[in-house]
Design a protein around this ligand. Sequence first.
Ligand SMILES: O=C(O)CCC(=O)C(=O)O
Ligand SMILES: [Fe+2]
Length: 344
Amino acid sequence: QMSTLLEAYKDDPVQLHHLIPLDFPSLRAVPESHVWPESYNFRVSPSDENLSIPIVDLKDPNIADNIGRACQTWGIFQVTNHGLPSGLLEDVEYEARRLFSLPVEQKRKVLRSPCGATGYGCARITPFFPKLMWHEGFTVMGSSVDHARVLWPHGYKRFCDAMDNYQKHMKTLAHNLFLTILSSLDLSEPEKNWAAAVYDSESNALQLNSYPACPDPTRTIGLAPHTDSLLLTILHHCETNGLQTFRDGFGWVPVHQVSGALTVNVGDLLHILSNGKFPTVCHRAVVNRTRHRISVAYFYGPRADSVFGPFSRLGFPRYRTLTLKEYIGIKAKHLDKALSLITN
Ligand SMILES: O=C(O)CCC(=O)C(=O)O
Ligand SMILES: [Fe+2]
């Protein structure tokens, strides 16, 4: 089941200069390849400084209402009281830092293959933009052991254990959030059953992101604007801000994460299921001069061959029905045009 989501990327090989990150710590200035046009406006301040994404307490008795409202207005919110075991968030950050602080030759041994989905490399969205990003990533789907063994022939187990443990807890949290979010929509019984069954036949990915300290953060970007493709994303910021979310009428709004909280956002797939009731969230990451920022994103979705479209009771379907694998293929070719290409 994992392999099918992997296969979704097979037809669109990435060129090497869109795949291999620079050796960032060796750079004293931002090279031309990474200088973005001013029109991207990375330093733009929001029209209202006090604007911030909702915070949802998962222990609140009104959780369903709160989450439903957060999904309909912002499509992105922070969750507190998520009940993850202590140490889990620290462990995954520690292991991610251990990976990204390896020498560049070592990291390049686990480079993502040009047609592949897992391993070390530039962000997948890189080929769609005229400039490169101040970012390196490492993608895990299922077990990370094959790559970890190459990186640390004798010390791979603690990395794998941290990734496994993190994915296990994220899966449960993501599924519970998914069902809670859906409880604010009018679903038929078969649709409710389908949603509940996603847990046993899901696909997911864990994305470790590294944004090294940057000599000139106003001229470059960490991660260019994009939406996430699957149902929902749970993001761990590791205590350094940098994420910004776009809200119509307001512009780019920085996400200031409450300590210990996680950020959850709606992805394209949940947007489609909700028949557009929940906005899919355009977001980006900026870099900073002094701190090496790490973030960990967990993407949750149904299995790649599952057929989906807007739920039946939510009005005339804005999107056509298709498989997740087909949607990932469209997104890999057309990025932000993908939704308009499946519009009815
Ligand atoms: O690092 C961040 O704040 C955002 C990461 C992200 O958007 C992603 O991995 O899709
Ligand atoms: Fe994202």
